[in-house]
Design a protein around this ligand. Structure first.
Ligand code: AMP
Length: 207
């Protein structure tokens, strides 16, 4: 049953033979687990639309939109932006897509996961797999302190807060998707190419 859901790699003129036509995948993992890097590769490789809540929020801040202004204070503290803002943002973003979708950084709470299931249902979609990129806290802290993207939420104190928030709010999604038979675990500590090989298998029919 599960495999039938995941086996949606189909021939498609739009995406080529290896396309993941109606897959809906989410990447789970702590800050610094490499979700963004892996998501970009999946997008380029399998034709997923990459919907990253963090990127959408940072863009909203740059534009100075109402959403951006409301999100800024939460982001700078390392807190989660309220569910209703995020769900509204993603409801719109998902509505614009008709091919394979890769969610990155969403859902981050079980309330968001429940809301997402409803949004997907409205669009005749279902979650195909939740891929957990598993990285221990000490590796996260080490990685992020070496990352120099100048993000306003990459200082050590905020990183520790983001990790606490991850464990409290987002990690329960591991059980949530496991219970639904959708969880795929990937060891995120290794070389990015090796991690990618596992992610690709998990996010496609090979999984
Ligand atoms: P990211 O780039 O995914 O690490 O996200 C950066 C920040 O954006 C997070 O620390 C949160 O403040 C906010 N954010 C991103 N995605 C979500 C989400 N699904 N729910 C709530 N806040 C989010």
């Amino acid at each position: 049953m599960l495999h039938r859901r995941i086996v949606a790699l189909r021939r498609s003129p739009r995406f080529g033979d290896d396309a993941a036509v109606d897959l809906t995948i989410t990447l789970l993992g702590p800050p610094g687990s490499g979700k963004g890097t892996q998501a970009t590769r999946l997008r380029d490789d399998l034709g997923f639309a990459h919907l990253a809540t963090g990127d959408l929020l940072r863009a909203a801040r740059k534009e100075g939109s109402e959403l951006g202004r409301r999100a800024a204070e939460y982001m700078d503290r390392g807190d989660l932006v309220p569910d209703e803002l995020i769900v509204a943002l993603m409801r719109e973003a998902i509505a614009r897509e008709d091919g394979p979708v890769l969610l990155d950084g969403f859902p981050r709470t079980t309330a968001q996961a429940d809301a997402l299931a409803g949004v997907l249902d409205d669009h005749d979609r279902e979650m195909s797999a939740a891929v957990l990129i598993d990285v221990p806290d000490d590796v996260v802290v080490e990685r992020i302190s070496g990352r120099s993207q100048g993000r306003s939420d990459d200082n050590p104190e905020t990183v520790r807060e983001r990790l606490r928030v991850y464990h409290r709010e987002t990690e329960p999604l591991v059980g949530y998707y496991d219970e639904r038979g959708l969880l795929r675990r990937v060891d995120g500590r290794g070389d990015p190419d090796e991690v990618y090989a596992q992610v690709r298998r998990s996010a496609s029919a090979e999984g």
